[in-house]
Design a binder for this molecule. Structure first.
Ligand code: ADP
Ligand code: 5GP
Length: 183
């Protein structure tokens, strides 16, 4: 059985960007693909970035106990399907990109999970990255920003906090944590 590494951080902080570098730097690491009811952004691939599903399908999966954890936030449902996660854990270490409620629920069932919080260099930079991505509506930007203070507060309960100033530096720090913590 591999180890679980959980990455969280405010929307737009650079989780996907940094994770792509981390995954490229450690080929044995597998990414847990979440299910979500939100629509795909341009370039996102079903089954790779997320399983994009309907609310009805999501509810069916809840009823059938198919999630390790799930959470409703930002007007949508997001959850970690157990099947794909267990399959990946049999092969090695797995990384999850989920928000704090999900992270703490994962920790309840897997006490040895390593929780890593990615923080922005500043709140101004965070907003500029989220807006700069250019694929999120003004309404969704407001919804996402409303969660930032709460998310930052939760970071105190994480095992590690890493600032994403430069992508490479942040990815290297996470790779170092993984190298130290991996079984
Ligand atoms: P998240 O997955 O956390 O929502 P993204 O990875 O989509 O965030 O990054 C949001 C935007 O910020 C993207 O346009 C990305 O290219 C940019 N970005 C990510 N990390 C950095 C960084 N260290 N410096 C400057 N821009 C960054
Ligand atoms: P986004 O819509 O920007 O991809 O993700 C929004 C938020 O949902 C992010 O904080 C991301 O970490 C979180 N998230 C993604 N997948 C899951 C999941 O399976 N469970 C939980 N609890 N949060 C998730």
């Amino acid at each position: 059985m591999g180890k679980l590494f959980v990455i969280s951080g405010a929307s737009g902080v650079g989780k996907s960007t940094v994770l792509a570098r981390v995954m490229a730097g450690r080929k044995d690491l597998r990414f847990s693909v979440s299910a979500t009811t939100r629509l795909p952004r341009p370039g996102e691939i079903d089954g790779k970035d997320y399983y994009f599903i309907t609310k009805d399908k999501f509810r069916d999966m809840i009823d059938n106990d198919e999630f390790l954890e799930y959470d409703a936030h930002m007007n949508n449902f997001y959850g970690t399907p157990i099947g794909q996660l267990e399959e990946k854990l049999q092969k090695g270490n797995v990384i999850l990109d989920i928000e704090p409620n999900g992270a703490f629920n994962v920790r309840k069932v897997r006490e040895d999970a390593v929780l890593i919080f990615i923080a922005p260099p500043s709140l101004e930079e965070l907003e500029s990255r989220l807006r700069g991505r250019g694929d999120t509506s003004e309404e969704q930007i407001q919804v996402r920003q409303a969660r930032v203070a709460w998310e930052m507060e939760q970071s105190k309960q994480y095992n590690y906090i890493v600032v994403n100033d430069k992508v490479d530096v942040c990815a290297d720090k996470i790779l170092k944590i993984i190298a130290e913590e991996a079984d």
